[in-house]
Design a protein around this ligand. Structure first.
Ligand SMILES: *[C@@H]1O[C@H](CO)[C@@H](O)[C@H](O)[C@H]1NC(C)=O
Ligand SMILES: *[C@@H]1O[C@H](CO)[C@@H](O)[C@H](O)[C@H]1NC(C)=O
Ligand SMILES: *[C@@H]1O[C@H](CO)[C@@H](O)[C@H](O)[C@H]1NC(C)=O
Ligand SMILES: *[C@@H]1O[C@H](CO)[C@@H](O)[C@H](O)[C@H]1NC(C)=O
Ligand SMILES: *[C@@H]1O[C@H](CO)[C@@H](O)[C@H](O)[C@H]1NC(C)=O
Ligand SMILES: *[C@@H]1O[C@H](CO)[C@@H](O)[C@H](O)[C@H]1NC(C)=O
Length: 438
């Protein structure tokens, strides 16, 4: 009996000492900025040796990260990937093998592994060799920044300058956050043995950055309050799509994030739509995906018509005049008659209903309406656009609709965690404490 007790005692002592407390988990926090010209988002990281601040367009569903290597690639730590190297073979069908007859450099080597980096803003791709170099990230406990840590062999493609067309001017390439093995979140998880999770909090402001948390399932905290946002999430499954919307990798499964939208509601009233469009068929067509390559949500034409009809009908009450539609937007309302609440202009709510009636993403004015101001005109415009009839995904949820919402991508359980608008909690995605102690 005594032996048993002492055994139990030591067992408990052992567990107390050696089982790490979850609050000590180390993750990584990266600033996510919004570009005022393109309305697209980019992250800031340090790369190469010596370390250089690098801005990369954020492609949520991207497969490979890539940098413009033609523009002044100065680093003494880059390495090529020979065609038979384990990393190259792990690309599976994604690679080519090539030689080069120009002066050796980051973009030129023999027997080296090539990939096809893609720019989905302009839908262009170009065969480019893959290299590894240094990438540095700040650790974070979810509230503040800690010491930086380095991935010595971060894998990416070395693209030509023209592939940067359409991206924010500051950016040197694209960071891929998709489900592929070589996306940033999965390389972070492999390099640091970190959990396969990341969270995205896109800023609505172009002057102060939002945040992406990598390699951590939480906590995620924003000023002023100490609420752990990872405890407030509503979950919906991430769905596989067997065929990617790619210029070159169409035989591979899609690395993008699809969710199971089943219906739309405006002010709690169902919008009549053709639900077949919301399922992904065997050719990978249909369904709903999240994309940071479009500032505003795109809807298949019949869905767009049904949603805007319902919105206009519900919005008649305040007796607003539909002002002359502004360029990209189809429905604009004179701003002076719309009261502004904590969650933006007071307009009908739009619900994206998922796997059950109780799981929905409620979109308030701050995320449904876009502020437009020019000369005498001050207007709020509906930030949903007609994507046409030939869309692959029928609903493409764009950046504006994700801003000031925390989205957690759980790549272990393949689910998306949604916080809903952080404005209700009187915070925004721009409230992460990026101040570092000197
Ligand atoms: C190239 O990059 C290095 C490192 O950032 C910098 O010191 C140098 O001035 C740059 N050269 C040109 C021509 O831009
Ligand atoms: C690749 O090999 C060819 C033939 O041996 C050689 O002419 C060329 O200079 C090599 N390229 C590089 C970048 O080393
Ligand atoms: C990812 O890596 C795993 C293990 O290395 C491999 O089995 C799998 O096929 C890879 N997936 C893709 C999409 O390349
Ligand atoms: C619904 O959409 C599917 C897929 O595009 C189409 O085949 C079908 O004809 C549509 N049904 C109706 C009633 O419009
Ligand atoms: C409502 O709209 C109509 C037509 O635009 C206008 O004549 C009327 O004055 C408006 N009423 C109010 C209370 O704003
Ligand atoms: C932000 O973080 C810094 C460094 O960790 C800390 O000194 C400061 O008190 C924090 N600011 C707030 C408002 O909590």
């Amino acid at each position: 009996m005594r032996i048993l007790f002492s055994f139990l005692f030591f067992f408990l002592l052992f567990t107390l000492i050696f089982i790490p407390s979850p609050s000590l988990a180390i993750g990584y926090a990266v600033p996510v900025s919004k570009d005022s010209t393109t309305q697209l988002y980019f992250i800031t990281v340090s790369m190469k040796t010596p370390l250089q601040r690098t801005y990369l367009h954020l492609d949520l569903g991207g497969r490979f990260t890539w940098l413009d290597c033609q523009k002044n690639y100065t680093s003494n730590s880059y390495k090529h990937l020979p065609c038979n190297s384990p990393v190259c073979l792990a690309f599976g069908h994604n690679y080519a093998c090539s030689n080069c007859f120009k002066p050796p450099g980051p973009t030129c080597a023999n027997n080296t592994c090539g990939t096809f980096p893609e720019n989905f803003v302009i839908r262009k791709s170009y065969i480019s060799i893959a290299i590894v170099d240094t990438l540095q990230l700040s650790t974070s406990d979810g509230s503040t920044l800690g010491k930086p840590r380095t991935i010595n062999n971060f894998v990416f493609s070395c693209a030509p300058s023209f592939l940067r067309k359409g991206l924010a001017k500051k950016t040197l390439g694209v960071v891929a956050l998709g489900t592929d093995n070589f996306s940033l979140p999965l390389q972070v998880s492999r390099a640091f043995h970190a959990p396969k999770y990341f969270a995205l909090c896109l800023p609505s402001s172009t002057s102060s950055p939002g945040v992406a948390f990598l390699g951590s399932s939480g906590p995620y905290r924003l000023l002023p309050q100490e609420t752990d946002l990872s405890k407030l999430l509503l979950y919906t499954p991430l769905l596989p799509n067997p065929i990617s919307d790619s210029l070159v990798y169409s035989v591979l499964p899609s690395p993008e994030y699809f969710i199971g939208l089943t219906s739309l509601k405006v002010n709690d009233k169902p919008v009549p739509i053709n639900v077949t469009l919301l399922t992904i068929n065997q050719d990978g067509i249909g369904g709903t995906k999240l994309s940071t390559n479009t500032p505003y949500t795109l809807l298949e034409s019949s869905i767009y018509k049904a949603l805007t009809d319902a919105f206009v009908k519900e919005f008649r009450a305040p007796n607003l005049t539909v002002t002359k539609a502004v360029k990209t937007f189809g429905f604009c309302y004179s701003a002076n008659q719309i009261p502004v609440t904590r969650v933006g202009p007071a307009v009908p709510t739009i619900d994206l209903v998922m796997q059950s009636e109780s799981v929905f993403w409620r979109i308030f004015g701050a995320n449904s309406m876009v502020w437009y101001s020019k000369g005498e005109v001050n207007a709020w415009c509906l930030g949903f656009l007609d994507g046409g009839v030939g869309m692959r995904a029928s609903v493409v949820i764009g950046g504006h609709q994700m801003e000031d919402n925390l989205l957690q991508f759980d790549l272990v359980s393949k689910r998306l965690g949604l916080s809903s608008s952080l404005l209700f909690g009187s915070t925004t995605c721009s409230n992460f404490n990026f101040t570092t102690t000197k």
